[in-house]
Design a protein around this ligand. Sequence first.
Ligand code: FES
Length: 95
Amino acid sequence: VSVREKEMGEAFVCLCEDVTLAEVLAAIREGCTNLHTLKIRLRCGMGACQGRTCLRLLACVLARETSQDIENFELPAARPPSRPIPLELLLEAQK
Ligand code: FES
């Protein structure tokens, strides 16, 4: 592995879950060939941004590594982020 490849491997694909490019490439080599399995294995897309930052990037890496068209990959289901709300809102809702 060249110095450049090593440095590229340390780049983060998913900032929320601290997943690097090297981890993504290893998972693909070990058989994760769709976004769903990559998400389950690496937790990409399960962080605070719910994949808004990383899932398209993950699809690009997967498409390149598997020689497929990026349009072949369906993005995993997005879950609405849960956010803390003030208790007063809940109390007012009960009135
Ligand atoms: S960057 Fe991956 S979930 Fe936010």
